[in-house]
Structure formats: structure tokens, C-alpha cells
Write a protein that binds this ligand. Sequence first.
Ligand code: NAD
Length: 294
Amino acid sequence: MATVAFIGLGNMGGPMATNLVKAGHTVTVFDLSEAACRQLQAAGAAVAASAAEAAAGVDYVLSMLPAGKHVAATYLGENGLLAGLDQATTVLDCSTIDAATARQVGEAAAALGIGFMDSPVSGGVAAAAAGTLAFMCGGSAATFEKARQILQDMGKNIFHAGPAGAGQVAKGCNNMLLAIHMIGTCEALEMGVRNGLDPKVLSEIMLASSGRNWSLEVYNPYPGVMEKAPASNDYKPGFMVDLMVKDLGLAMEIARQSDFDNPMGQLAGELYNRHQQAGNGQMDFSSILQMLQH
Ligand code: NAD
């Protein structure tokens, strides 16, 4: 069993840290929110007064923070965690952030002889609670081996995508594709319905044909087709439009930085931005169907 510092105990980090406690690790937590810390304390974790205090002398530092600026502030600079860490500590940032910051933290860690992996996740709050997240890791092969030993207590599929930053690139590619096939699925279903087809029957046809995809298979965006999908529950998330807009923004940044023209991803980004600006940020991302219906 390992000693672990866990920084960032929000909707995702809270259940992830809880699973590490349940697996028998010695977990010390820190979050700016005292309530979040108290919740983990009740689950069996120790609470530190700062991220640095939590990270002192541990085998692993894990973080699950909102964005790149929080990750940079936590790890980099004179007051950042990296400067005070032991070389035996492995750092795993599970937040979804821009690939450039992930590379920057990875390089700073490497210069100090500390193993770092960007390890963003696929799967939402339910997967975090169930311990079935998918991790996409960027870093060295040796760090990946260490990472796997702890990530397996929070997830099911653990991939080594490449060097530092590669986990964030993989996540950006995946979520861009998710947005594209969700919008495409909505468009196909709505066109069928406007021409008199039953969305359930059309879904069955496309599932048995070449239009089959994840949105259609497990997350049907048409109300009433799939009982457990957010569409059949007033589009309660699920996966919020706000988070999809964030992830598409990161994907656009990856495209820009690699001088890559991604017309489908850009259009998906524009449509989700418009949907968000119309006041739908807190709805599930499959509610993009409603925009197409207007
Ligand atoms: P959240 O806002 O619920 O939690 C973030 C937590 O970080 C908060 O408790 C906040 O107090 C804490 N925090 C912020 N700055 C801090 C600092 N400097 N030191 C310590 N704690 C700090 O967010 P979330 O939904 O848990 O998401 C976390 C990350 O996971 C994000 O990068 C998000 O994009 C990603 N993600 C979320 C989902 C999802 O469905 N919610 C799915 C996949 C990935």
C-alpha cells in the first residue's frame, strides 16, 4: 500500500480519493474548500493545511483541479510543489488541462528528476465513484509503470499515450470526436423524425448499420428512446455542456498549436458555444438536439 497526497476534491477528485482510501492506501488530502476536506476526512483520509504539507514525503501526489492555471500554480515556481518534492515521489495530474501546461510541468519535473504523468480521465462522476475511469497517460515508460499501480484503484482502462502532454492530446482528440458524433447523431435522428420516422426504429436501423457509434449505442440523444440516457430525464447531466465547451476549447488549442486545420472540430466547437450561450451550460451535452430542432 502507498502513501498518497490528493489535491482537489471536487465532483471528480472527491470520489477518486475515496476509492484510494477504500483500497487501503494512506491518503492525505488538501482542497481550498474546507467542506470538501471534511467529507474526505469522514471517509478515512487525513487532512493537511496546505498542498505542500499533504505532499511531504509521500509515494504519490495526485491532483484533480479545474484548469491549467491551477495546475501550474500548484506545481511550478518557487512556491510550487515540485521544488520541495523528493525524487522518489511520482506526480500524477488527472485534471483536464491544456497540453502545453502539461508539457511544461512534465519538463520542470524531469529537470528535478521527478516522475510526472499527465493522466486525464474519460468517464464522469459516476465512473469516478464506481472506480471505472479510463486514464490516458503522458510521461516516461518507467513513470507509467508506477502510475499504473495506483491508477488501477480508481479506473479500469489505463493507457500510455506517449510522452508528457500526450494524455491531454489523447483526451482532446477523443472529446472532439465525441462532440462530432453526438451532433451527427442528433442531426440524423431529427432528419428522420421530420420525415415521419420513429426515432426508436431509426436508432435500431442505424445501430445495425454503418452509422453505429457510441452516442447512438449508449447515450441516445432523443427523449424516450433510451430510458436511462439523460435525454429521457430532461437532459440532466451526465456530462454538462459547460464541460464539453471547455474540452472543445482545449482541442482547438491543440489543433492551433500543431498548425492543424480541423473543420469538423471547429464547427462542433461553434455549435456547442452557441448552445452554451443560449443558457444551456448546465444541461447534458446531448441536449444539442434541441438546438437543431429550432
Ligand atoms: P470541481 O470544480 O467539482 O472540483 C475542483 C476542486 O478543486 C474544487 O473542490 C476546488 O475547491 C479545488 N481547487 C481549485 N483550486 C485549488 C487549489 N489551488 N488547491 C486545492 N484545491 C483547489 O471540478 P471537477 O468536476 O471535479 O473536475 C476536475 C477536473 O476533472 C477538471 O479538469 C475537469 O475538466 C475534469 N473532468 C471532469 C469530469 C466531470 O464529469 N465532472 C469528467 C472528466 C474530467
